[in-house]
Design a protein around this ligand. Structure first.
Ligand code: IMP
Ligand code: MG
Length: 181
């Protein structure tokens, strides 16, 4: 196994099975509507690509990039839009797709920002959530997995931009964590 990869928390079959369930749930909820999925770069790309292929409803995608972290593993609380949406979301059924909700600061800012653009509806789908770390409340409609308070990598999640390509979610090995990124 690659250096830095610790205990596997969610293996590939478990991830894919849950994503199929989420896809079915979202398809049922958005039946007959025109769904716009907004992915938060870069971490959500992998999850979003798999989730989208499980949907049976008409859907479009767009992306936003926001910065909340530097390369380190703790939230600065500073949120900035690095790339905005290409599409006008007024009146649209918007589903924000995130890799992980940690403190909730990033999504809470993003939701306020998107709400001001008057979408027809606005919901969140997050692959992972760490409930113990939450500092602000964010209403998440769809959650893949609740995980313990550990720094995780893989399936889109990075440590210093590495490990996004792992097909599973693992804990960052303590040795690498202490080095910083
Ligand atoms: P929040 O604003 O604290 O909720 O942070 C959310 C963002 O922090 C996510 O979109 C991730 O990019 C990053 N993040 C939080 N926890 C982890 C983790 O365990 N591994 C990798 N990235 C994380
Ligand atoms: Mg992120």
């Amino acid at each position: 196994m690659e250096r830095g990869v610790g205990e596997v928390l969610i293996d590939e079959p478990t991830l894919q099975a849950r994503i199929a369930e989420l896809g079915a749930e979202i398809s049922a909820d958005y039946g007959g509507r025109d769904l716009l999925m907004v992915g938060v770069l870069k971490g959500a790309v992998f999850f979003m690509a798999d989730l989208m292929r499980e949907l049976t409803v008409t859907c479009e995608i767009d992306f936003m990039a926001i910065s909340s972290y530097g390369a380190a593993t703790d939230s600065s609380g500073v949120v900035r839009i690095l790339k905005d949406l290409d599409i006008n979301i007024a009146g649209r059924d918007v589903l924000v797709v995130e890799d992980i909700i940690d403190s909730g600061l990033t999504l809470s800012y993003l939701m306020r920002n998107l709400r001001a653009r008057r979408p027809g509806s606005l919901e969140i789908c997050a692959l992972l959530t760490k409930p113990d770390r939450r500092r602000v409340d964010v209403p998440v409609k769809y959650v893949g997995f609740e995980i313990p308070n550990k720094f995780v990598i893989g399936y889109g999640l990075d440590f210093g931009e590495r490990f996004r390509n792992l097909p599973f979610v693992a804990v960052l090995h303590a040795d690498l964590m202490s080095e910083g990124a």
